[in-house]
Design a binder for this molecule. Structure first.
Ligand code: B1M
Length: 211
């Protein structure tokens, strides 16, 4: 059955098979939102769970995310046309002075896999750019990634800038990156911390009350 094929293809990181099974499911008349919610998202949730318990690793998570992307690329125009509600909108970026984006991209893909709409600001994103993006896109969440001990303070600078601009109250802030911890998140006033891309969707949903 096509949904099982899509689930297996995403779980095992087979992009071509995921695309083929998605097209087959659509041809069978399965709704795009059912393909997303009953095959793609459960598969990525399982990938995240396996990553959290150490049974999958970063490369496997990346290829699973790419396989899911292959399915989502087919579904996206159909979902937009059907006006499916997203799980929430996330503005995400790597903070000022920091060019590391592999982890941030992975988190973005996992969030997208969980049904979030992602606005990716890229790397070296200044506090002002985050503020402008919040004003422009009105997201539910702001996600910040920092990989350097020297750029971690930019997370606090950005949170402070959101407050100064009067938009801190309208978003939840989730942060992560190798040197970042829950303790640091608490100190700088972030709402949440995710240690890895596997747990990020669960924590993001909890933060906006969509868990
Ligand atoms: Co750089 N680098 N790097 N680097 N680099 C580190 C981070 C470093 C630990 C290496 C080392 O010295 N051992 C070190 C930092 C030391 C420190 O600050 N204490 C370091 C350094 C020093 C530097 C430069 C200063 C080197 C130099 O030029 N002298 C320089 C800085 C450039 C800059 O940013 N301004 C630099 C440059 C680079 C490259 C450009 C060469 C490259 C980045 C390429 C890219 O990202 N496109 C690079 C890389 C690849 C690394 C290492 C080797 C790998 C990072 C990575 O991608 N990990 C790294 C050493 C290491 O970590 N072993 C290192 C895989 C990735 C999946 O994990 O990013 O941790 P990670 O993301 C995880 C979690 O942290 C979490 O989920 C992800 C997936 O599970 N997460 C979030 C991340 N963001 C999140 C956001 C969330 C939630 C969870 O919510 C929004």
């Amino acid at each position: 059955m096509s949904l099982d094929n899509i689930y297996d293809a995403v779980l095992n990181g087979k992009a071509a098979a995921a695309a083929e099974a998605t097209n087959a499911a659509l041809a069978e008349g399965i709704l795009p939102q059912d393909i997303l919610h009953k095959a793609c998202i459960p598969a990525m949730t399982e990938v995240g769970r396996l990553f959290e318990i150490g049974e999958k690793f970063v490369p496997e998570m990346l290829i699973a995310a790419r396989a899911m992307q292959a399915a989502v690329n087919i579904l996206k125009p159909l979902l937009v046309a059907a006006d499916i509600q997203s799980a929430g909108k996330v503005v995400i970026g790597t903070v000022a002075g920091d060019l590391h984006d592999i982890g941030k991209n992975l988190v973005g893909m996992m969030l997208e896999g969980a049904g979030f709409e992602i606005i990716d600001l890229g790397t070296d994103v200044s506090a002002a750019q985050f503020v402008d993006a919040v004003k422009k896109h009105q997201p539910d969440l702001v996600g910040m990634s920092a990989l350097l001990t020297t750029t971690m303070p930019a997370i606090k600078t950005t949170i402070d800038a959101l407050a100064e601009a009067g938009v801190r109250g309208q978003v939840k802030v989730i942060i992560g990156g190798a040197p970042v911890s829950q303790d640091f998140a608490t100190k700088v006033g972030a709402d949440g911390f995710a240690a890895d891309a596997g747990s990020a969707p669960r924590i993001a949903k909890t933060l906006i009350g969509a868990a």
